[in-house]
Design a protein around this ligand. Structure first.
Ligand SMILES: NC(=O)c1ccc[n+]([C@@H]2O[C@H](COP(=O)([O-])OP(=O)(O)OC[C@H]3O[C@@H](n4cnc5c(N)ncnc54)[C@H](O)[C@@H]3O)[C@@H](O)[C@H]2O)c1
Length: 332
């Protein structure tokens, strides 16, 4: 696909699964101008999907991220239980529960109606793409599309190729996702957890290790994260950070620090205890921190408020910010 001639209006995209992420992804695709076929695999989705998507669009309008009325975007959205409506789709994104059996059934229903050329993707967080594509009839056209919440605001997207994926098609998805406001990453070779989950889980393991072994409290670890990596990560990634602050120091520290880092392969007790007691986090006010229900709700709202703020800041500092500054200087 030539990135200069993509007309999003001409490319209908299907989203199957209209929970938290499915509705967010539909919103993002509608903002980008695509007609969207939103398939509800369970009747419960029909009760919430329209309200959720319209709610996101209304907030986006209030925040002046979109110009037209929410209805102008929403009119391109078809919410249906009927898989056959996916027939003319260019791409279908599966966004159902993180369960391989459920996903397999959903892929079969999608593949029964779409054209052989239709691209198929899953928003799985952690199931290897190679494993998922083995459940499909045409594994070459299958990819991971890993989004992050709120999907219609965040710049994050990983396009992941499985062992059997056609990398050229992966590149075309990568190009297309720029039209969705993303700064995407193409993962050319499948690896469990992709990129950010691998990085983040190394950090979660170390954070839990520090707390379980009495070096710091949950509050202290969170405060350190917010004020050190949280300070610079929207501008630069880990490699540019090492460049900015001096590579040799990292070389020296790695030698002594690496052997002391947590490397347990078992799920730590701290998180196991929370989950065994039914804790989910802010959604039921039971997590690593303690919350009253009102506080938990306010954390959710504050996260959304912050997402819009950081989006504005991030827009001032795109990946090529320095390149742009260089060419502006050279023109003078
Ligand atoms: N929540 C996140 O932040 C996040 C981030 C990245 C990826 N993901 C991935 O996105 C996918 C969806 O996650 P979510 O957070 O939207 O979950 P969710 O619980 O909000 O939604 C799940 C959806 O799955 C579908 N579903 C439920 N039971 C089904 C069944 N028996 N058959 C077919 N479909 C069924 C429904 O559409 C339901 O709304 C998962 O694979 C998850 O790992 C989630």
């Amino acid at each position: 696909m030539d990135k200069n001639i993509i007309d999003t209006k001409e490319l209908t995209i299907g989203v199957v699964g209209l929970g938290l992420m499915g509705c967010s992804i539909c919103t993002c695709l509608l903002m980008a101008g695509h007609p969207v076929i939103a398939v509800a695999p369970i009747p419960d989705d029909l009760l919430h999907a329209e309200k959720r998507i319209l709610g996101h669009l209304k907030k986006l309008k209030e925040e002046q991220v979109i110009e037209r009325d929410p209805s102008a975007y929403f009119q391109k959205c078809t919410i249906t239980e009927d898989y056959s409506r996916l027939k003319g789709c260019y791409l279908v994104i599966e966004c159902t529960l993180e369960n391989i059996d459920i996903k397999k059934t959903v892929f079969q229903k999608i593949e029964a109606v779409v054209a052989k050329t239709c691209l198929l993707a899953s928003n799985t967080s952690a199931i290897p793409i190679t494993m998922l594509q083995e459940q499909t009839a045409h594994p070459k056209r299958f990819f991971g599309l890993h989004w992050a919440e709120p999907s219609y605001i965040s710049r994050f997207l990983e396009v992941i190729c499985g062992e059997q994926s056609d990398v050229l098609l992966g590149e075309s998805l990568y190009e297309l996702s720029h039209y969705w406001g993303k700064e995407p990453t193409l993962v050319r070779k499948d690896i469990r957890g992709f990129i950010t989950n691998r990085l983040m889980y190394a950090m979660y393991r170390e954070a839990i290790h520090l707390v379980e072994n009495g070096y710091a409290t949950v509050e202290d670890v969170d405060r350190a994260c917010r004020n050190n990596p949280g300070y610079w990560m929207t501008l630069v990634g880990v490699f540019r950070w090492m460049d900015l602050t001096g590579v040799p120091a990292y070389h020296t520290v790695m030698k002594d620090l690496f052997p002391t880092l947590a490397n347990t392969t078992a799920v730590p007790k701290l998180i196991d205890d929370i989950v065994s007691a039914g804790g989910k986090g802010v959604s039921n006010a039971k997590g690593f921190h303690t919350y009253s229900p009102a506080e938990a709700k306010l954390w959710e709202e504050t996260f959304m408020e912050f997402s819009y703020e950081i989006r504005k800041l991030a827009a001032k500092y795109p990946e090529d910010v320095v390149k742009k500054k260089m060419s502006a200087k050279n023109k003078k």
